[in-house]
Every structure is written in C-alpha cells, then in structure tokens.
Design a protein around this ligand. Structure first.
Ligand code: AMP
Ligand code: MN
Ligand code: MN
Ligand code: MN
Length: 311
C-alpha cells in the first residue's frame, strides 16, 4: 500500500507530536481506582499536557475532570472507550474529543453497559463452582458506579481474597476465555460505536490493537472495516504495547494512512503497567490524532509560555 507522503510531511513540520498527550485512562466511574479529579491531578503532576479521560462505556466522570483540568491549567478533551463485539472478539474503540451532550452517544452507551450486572452475577456463579465464594459481593466492594461492574473489579477481589498474587495473574488464570469466570458478552457493534462517536463530533481510535487475539488477516480486516466506517486513528503508543508492538502499529498506521494516538490506559497506582508521563513519544513519521485540535495548540502555547517565564 502507498504511504501517505503528504500526511507525513505535515507531521514532520508540526511540533504537536512533542506535546505529552495522554488520551486513554480510567477513573472510578468505570474500572479505574481514582476519582476523575484525582486522575487529572495525577496526570498534571506527571507532566501530561493534553489529557483525555476515557472511561469504559460511560461519560459520568467528564464534567468533574474538565472542571479540575480548567482549575489546574491542563488541556482536556472528553473521551470514552466503547466495548465492541466484532465477530467473536471484544474490541475497544476510543472516542476522543466527543461532545458529552450527544443524546445518541449517551443512549448507545446506556444500552452497551446494560447487562453488565447480569454478567457479573454469572461470573460470580462460575467462580463459586470452582470453590471461590462471595465473588459477586466481593467485586461490588470495588465498584463505585453500580452500572459499571466489570472484570477489573473481580480481579481486585481475587487478589484481595488471596486467590492470585496480582491482577495480571488473575487475567492469566481467571475471567478470560477457557478459564473459570469467563462469561461471553455481546457489546456494541463496530458500526454503531464509530457512528455514535462521529455523531458526537469525535474522533474514533482503535485502542491497543496488539491486545486482540486474532490472526494478522483478521486484524487487517478489522482495521479496514474500522477505517471504512470513519475510524481515523490507531493507538500506537500505549501502556499495553511493547516497543516491538509500537513499531508494528506505527508501520500499520502509515500503511493504512491513519493517524496515531498515545495513551497510558492508566487504571490505578500499582496496577497499571505505565503511569502518566512515562510513555515514549509517537514516532515522528506519524500524524498525531491531536495534530489539528485547538487544545493541542493551546498546550503548545502554554509550554512556550512556561519556557519564556523560565528564562
Ligand atoms: P470488562 O469490560 O468487564 O470485560 O473488563 C475489561 C477490563 O479488564 C479492561 O479494561 C482492563 O481494565 C481489565 N483487563 C482485561 N485484561 C487484562 C489483563 N490482561 N491485565 C490487566 N487488566 C486486564
Ligand atoms: Mn479497564
Ligand atoms: Mn481497553
Ligand atoms: Mn482502557
């Protein structure tokens, strides 16, 4: 496939890639461990200049996060991470710079998270069958937002109960396909998720593509379908990607002529691979998804202002 030379040329001229943009993280509104305001505070203290809060299937933390960002002087865009079922696979699609007041988006997300509680009860029943009692109630103790009980809450319970040493061990031995506590679930369709994001004026980004357990061919089909629906970015640099995986998806973004995103996928201190401010920059050959956002220009202006004051 031909490389989009014009886009590369823009990227090389733009200083936007130098901003510390972190466009993927979670608060207690979904399965993160901190309040939205505390997320913003932590990101700011770790040097993030442009932040998106992207809770799973929920917009409830955005107002608090935006307010805190304004108070601290860190650029903020509203985000969401939508759970999608594509074929038999669960895929995550980030919606960035969305309008949280969009009714179709809010309604679609409400439908998407419907069924989480029933699924959680089934997870609890399955775990009881292998001798782990009280998992549903135990997971609930880690839940702030009753609508959003998920596997991360079960994982925290299983660590607390001494079943596993850490959350990573949980996701090797429980809650995943073929292991106790795996309950298949149908989320939103790819078409609907991208449609809701675009309808809310946002940019759709395929989250952590290296994490899907699908063949190379299926991955290409997924990215093609995503792009054809109006998806514009691939998360190239993220907490869940190794350096090799970052290189692989940097090439992939160039081949597909798509923009690139960067996000820690931070969930909580001590639990996430990567904290705020620790990710490598996007490779210079890529076009950042935030290249033409007014927030990114403002972040640049801020950092230049600071440089002038520091002189
Ligand atoms: P759910 O939406 O309820 O299926 O939960 C998905 C969430 O589980 C992800 O967003 C992560 O927070 C967490 N998760 C899934 N797999 C892993 C893993 N291998 N290691 C750590 N956390 C994981
Ligand atoms: Mn999560
Ligand atoms: Mn995800
Ligand atoms: Mn995430």
């Amino acid at each position: 496939m031909k490389r989009p030379v014009a886009q590369e040329a823009i990227a090389l001229r733009s200083p936007a890639g130098a901003i510390d943009a972190d466009l993927h993280c979670h608060s207690r509104i979904s399965d993160g461990m901190l309040e939205p305001a505390a997320i913003v505070q932590r990101a700011h203290e770790h040097g993030v200049e442009l932040l998106a809060l992207t809770d799973h299937d929920h917009l409830g933390g955005l107002a608090q996060a935006r307010e805190e960002a304004a108070r601290r002087g860190i650029e903020f865009v509203a985000g969401v991470e939508i759970s999608v079922t594509w074929g038999a696979e669960t895929i995550h699609v980030l919606g960035l710079r969305i309008d949280p007041a969009s009714t179709p988006l809010a309604a679609g997300l409400a439908r998407t998270r419907d069924g989480r509680d029933a699924r959680a009860r089934e997870i609890g029943e399955q775990l009881a069958r292998v001798g782990i009692d009280g998992a549903y109630a135990g997971a609930q103790r880690h839940v702030t937002n009753a609508a959003m009980v998920g596997r991360a809450h079960f994982a925290r319970f299983l660590v607390e109960a001494g079943v596993c040493d850490d959350v990573r061990e949980v996701f090797r031995n429980y809650l995943v396909e073929g292991k106790p506590g795996w309950v298949p679930h149908r989320w939103a369709s790819l078409e609907d998720a991208v449609g809701w994001i675009l309808g809310a004026g946002g940019v759709a980004v395929l989250a952590h593509p290296a994490r899907y357990r699908i063949s190379e061919t299926a991955l290409w089909a997924l990215i093609s379908a995503f792009r054809d629906l109006g998806g514009s970015g691939i998360e190239v640099v993220c907490g869940g990607h190794s350096p090799d995986e970052q290189r692989r998806f940097a090439d992939c973004a160039l081949e597909f002529g798509m923009r690139a995103s960067r996000g820690s996928d931070f969930h909580g201190p001590g639990e996430s691979h990567v904290d705020f401010g620790q990710l490598p920059r996007l490779p210079e050959s890529l076009v950042p998804v935030w290249i033409d956002w007014p927030e990114s220009q403002r972040a640049l202006d801020r950092s230049q202002g600071e440089a002038v004051r520091d002189r």
